[in-house]
Design a protein around this ligand. Structure first.
Ligand code: ZN
Length: 216
């Protein structure tokens, strides 16, 4: 912060789970009830997740992202090893002029933390697949998730239904191209088991919550 530039930094994994995070530029990180960012899933429109779908994923991925808190410019470095982490640094839109890559045409719109942005499946897809797809979360993600409660399902149903939907369409002789409509309002998909998990979650754990809110 010696240059007086407000910024954010986040290290995340391939599933978009934040492992370390810092901000003083107001970027709307997903947070648990105690303000912690670690173990929360980042928006699928953010550079930290978009980089994994990039055609040249091991080059620096530059991106502008419009969020409810304003527009940001970010660049993400993806470690080349399997199971690697994405390291994303970002600044507010006005400070992009100071950084290489500012001319990028990558631009996305994020509605998070509004869960209808990307956290729950679109209504049409949920209606087709709800109750027909079983996707148990990995054990470590579930354990960490218990320590840092996430108000939405611990598995990415929007992603899973999308995969199932594309698979069905590709196998159907009468398939027509269907575009996912993730931004349509959809009812919350909460199972009784998830509701129980939230009630039973201990409140005292806030791994990294203090650090993530620390100001430079
Ligand atoms: Zn989102």
């Amino acid at each position: 912060m010696h240059l007086g530039i407000k910024s954010h930094l986040v290290v995340s994994d391939e599933e978009g789970i934040a492992l370390k995070a810092y901000e003083n530029d107001g970027v709307p990180f997903p947070r648990d009830d105690d303000g912690g960012v670690e173990a929360q899933r980042l928006c699928r429109e953010w550079a930290a997740r978009a980089v994994f779908g990039s055609s040249d994923r091991f080059s620096l991925h530059y991106q502008y992202t419009d969020t409810p808190a304003g527009s940001y410019f970010c660049f993400t470095y993806l470690e080349p090893e399997p199971g690697s982490h994405a390291v994303t640094f970002g600044v507010g839109f006005d400070d992009a002029r100071l950084f290489r890559g500012r001319e990028t045409e990558n631009r996305r719109v994020s509605g998070c933390p509004d869960h209808q942005c990307c956290r729950i499946p679109a209504g049409s897809m949920a209606g087709q697949w709800s109750g027909k797809v079983v996707a148990p979360p990995r054990a470590h993600a579930r354990i960490v998730g218990l320590l840092s409660p996430d108000p939405f399902p611990s598995i990415d149903l929007a992603e899973i239904y999308g995969v199932v939907d594309r698979h069905q369409n590709s196998n159907s002789p009468n398939a027509t191209a269907r575009q996912p409509t993730r931004r349509k309002p959809a009812p919350a998909q909460t199972t009784p088991r998830q509701a129980t998990r939230r009630r039973a979650t201990p409140r005292q754990a806030n791994i990294g919550g203090k650090a993530s809110k620390e100001k430079a």
